[in-house]
Design a protein around this ligand. Sequence first.
Ligand SMILES: Nc1nc2c(ncn2[C@@H]2O[C@H](COP(=O)(O)OP(=O)(O)OP(=O)(O)O)[C@@H](O)[C@H]2O)c(=O)[nH]1
Ligand SMILES: [Mg+2]
Length: 454
Amino acid sequence: MLPYDTAPIAAIATAPGRGSIGVIRISGQNLSSLALSLLKIKPTPRHAHYLPFTDETGELIDSGIAIFFNAPNSYTGEDVLELQGHGGTAVMQALLSNVIKRGKEIGLRLAEPGEFSLRAFINNKIDLVQAEAVADLINASSAEAAHAAALSLSGHFSTEINALADEIVALRTLVEATLDFPEEEIEFIEKHQVKPRIGFLVQKFESLLSTTKRSVYLSEGLRVVLAGEPNVGKSSLMNALFDENIAIVSDIAGTTRDSIKGHLQLDGIPITVTDTAGLRFTNDEIEKLGIERTLVAIESSNVILDIVDIRQPASILKSFSSSILLTNKNIITVFNKIDLLETNVDHSSTNIGVNVSAVTGEGLSELRKAILKLIGRQLGERSPWLARKRHVLAIEQGLDHLHQAYFFACEDDRALDLLAEELRLCHDQIGTITGHMNADVLLGHIFSSFCIGK
Ligand SMILES: Nc1nc2c(ncn2[C@@H]2O[C@H](COP(=O)(O)OP(=O)(O)OP(=O)(O)O)[C@@H](O)[C@H]2O)c(=O)[nH]1
Ligand SMILES: [Mg+2]
């Protein structure tokens, strides 16, 4: 759990290792005396001062740039002092130890991971969505994910959420006021068009949910598994997708034993592809172990490529995986080896699957498109923001409460108190996204995943 105290904090804000510059960041409610003692001048806010950084005996540690940001005009909303020195491990450590030593009398301590951003959140400089976007921008593994995180950070997602929250507040105010003046209750729902307003909100929630779900894949990625009988060409397809000889290919059934993982990007979405041991009933103990691994890979995947030989296109998947295991899984049937057919087949994707040849590469781009389509994305689509699973859950739960609210609005006996309660619960759910209503546990969970110095 992150500390909630207001002691001044310091950390190396740049990544460990060697670099041309390294930054020490200090944040606290009043850093003017520490700045004076460290820099020997009273810094002008938001001006770059080129200075020697010395220890308390006057010995030179490094020379660099100091920038002072006075509260509240800083990242954290507190006074912030940044020292930019040379980015070597030893010099940065020496600068940090000097800062901590000199700041002892004002209670300066090392910052925990994410503590600067936590303070920015507590001091209303950013909301929770923006704080998460800071971490997502740093961790983004593709230009698309970084772009979407930057949009979240600049408030695109928060604006949508806040607009919804305002609509809910307006409705709640009406309902709560009517509860306080029960004699007007009878005409309330018609007069204020509560039902259509809830219906309108439901539509907005549904559209927000679908956009948000699609954006989650940008940050959390997709797990795609190649499964099917031995010899259908799973390993060949793996190699074709990566354009690299990752897995052994042979015409001996049961070649692949271990699950083999590779990482690629599909239109900016990080994808983990797993090639697996072919599914068949066997007495070979090692092959059985391989098949167990296949089932584990299937279970933890989001997308299953059910690979079959187009000449005998029967799927083996259901004989091995229970229907429970396959529920909620996106499955694409991949008809492989189309190059071996006498007649030309259409290698575009159809409702039943995608025709490909792992050997000639035909149909592979259709397969990539089919994977994107399955998760509701189109090639080249840009996300308006970056989302996390917890945002999707909150919107889903908010939507459930709205449906309940609509139900109560339709009830003959006008269950206004129940309607009010459902709107309140919906409002709470939306509030957890931006953090306007939050639990300490949630905050601890989000900020502790940050790197130190952010
Ligand atoms: N002509 C043709 N041959 C293919 C194609 N895909 C795979 N093969 C051949 O089919 C045989 C089996 O391919 P693999 O990729 O090893 O099949 P697998 O599904 O990984 O098999 P296991 O690892 O045993 O489960 C090899 O001889 C491949 O060269 C294809 O699209 N066209
Ligand atoms: Mg194989």
